[in-house]
Design a binder for this molecule. Structure first.
Ligand code: ZN
Length: 169
């Protein structure tokens, strides 16, 4: 395949540069106006499934409003993912208040993220669900640029930038 030829449409194995704005519960919570546009390989599950599905066949310069349901976004809320932890297990420098997000390690040293749901005298209730689980996501997207992924990028499963040549298995 000639990798110099620009693809006309979003398809699998195309590197997509995209601006977006994400609104949840009526509030813009993330936007590429502040950050750089995101760059990813279509069809590699680099973005949530609902977004990937909705942008197939879009052209460079095209804009679209996309509604992603929890099923195609960050999943439904898992009622099993709540946990009560004795208050005295927390170091004293952690502010124990509802809404505070914590980074923790499990027994295997894996990093877990949790949000404090409630605090009482003895027990802190934690929510280990992804913060956007159960949420309807409303995206405004604009396809900025499309190019064919290189064989090396497809082999690695991620985008390479000009200053990002590296060796990898
Ligand atoms: Zn690489």
């Amino acid at each position: 395949m000639n990798t110099k030829e620009k693809p006309q449409l979003v398809e699998d194995d195309v590197v997509v540069t995209m601006r977006y704005e994400l609104t949840v519960d009526g509030v813009v919570i993330d936007s590429s106006d502040n950050d750089e546009p995101i760059v990813f390989i279509q069809g590699q599950e680099d973005v949530i499934p609902g977004l990937e599905k909705a942008i197939y066949k879009m052209k460079a310069g095209e804009k679209k409003s996309i509604h992603v349901t929890p099923e195609d976004g960050y999943g439904e809320i898992d009622p099993e993912a709540f946990q009560d932890v004795p208050r005295d297990e927390f170091p004293s420098d952690i502010p124990l208040e509802p809404g505070v997000e914590l980074e923790m390690k499990d027994e295997d040293g894996e990093t877990l993220f949790a949000t404090i749901v409630s605090v009482d005298k003895d027990v802190v209730k934690l929510d280990f669900n992804e913060p956007l689980a159960g949420k309807d996501l409303y995206f405004e997207v604009e396809i900025v640029d499309l190019r064919q992924a290189t064989a090396e990028e497809l082999d690695h499963g991620h985008v390479h930038f000009d200053d990002d040549h590296h060796e990898e298995d």
